[in-house]
Design a protein around this ligand. Sequence first.
Ligand SMILES: C[S@@+](CC[C@H](N)C(=O)[O-])C[C@H]1O[C@@H](n2cnc3c(N)ncnc32)[C@H](O)[C@@H]1O
Length: 249
Amino acid sequence: MSRRNPYRQDHHTRAARAAGYPARSVYKLEEIHRRLKLIALGQRVLDLGAAPGSWSRFAAEIVGGGGLVVAIDLQPIDAIAVLGRGAVVQRLEGDALAPNEELVAEAPFDVVLSDMAPRTSGNKLRDRYLSYELALGALQVARQLGREGSNFVAKIFMSEDFEDAKRQVSEAYDQVKVIRPEATRGASTEVFLVGARLKPEAMLPTPSAPDESSGSAPAGSSGASAPHVGTSRARSGGPSGSRATRSRG
Ligand SMILES: C[S@@+](CC[C@H](N)C(=O)[O-])C[C@H]1O[C@@H](n2cnc3c(N)ncnc32)[C@H](O)[C@@H]1O
């Protein structure tokens, strides 16, 4: 039997590669944006679960030179992957659900994106529940760090908890939409919950950075280690291996 990845050569993968994006997932955000116009020139965008960087690059191309994209992931994000039309792109390595000093300092954001996905375990029920938790964690970050009127996109796997997640987004935003982009693979149960215009009454206080000495993680943390925060813009981090790097495309 062939060991080739059956998805390797699909249309979106080839197109993404040709256009310089590191992942085909860019076409999911491209479709969501084409339909709903969630991101605009000069805006500040927070991209949760950003590696390898396609969504951040797409967002950087839209916000342009006057805009900012903050990209955070548990995995490192390559600088080249996110370069786009002069926007400042700040790459952070760590748990997106435990906002650190560096992230909080860039708030408020006009748009909060989450393409976060759990590391799949093979247990579908468990993976779907973890996806629901990530979507709700992203919603909490969006309510803490989004400005009034900001927009929100979060990936979620379809499950019996989906309606609850949708209800929570609809309570926080003026308008909610569910989009399954054409680039989503046939077998996938993922959809995207989109919230337009964060309501003022749904905004949560901006969290203070975790106290590293206490070792405690803030509410909404996925349990992964919080990033070590420093003043250096480009360095290898402490024991957690976290790092923060800023570049201009
Ligand atoms: C589907 S990939 C994102 C692809 C990305 N949107 C792109 O276009 O290049 C999902 C990412 O979510 C990240 N992730 C999952 N849980 C996370 C968490 N708690 N904090 C930060 N990143 C997380 C994973 O490390 C993974 O890189």
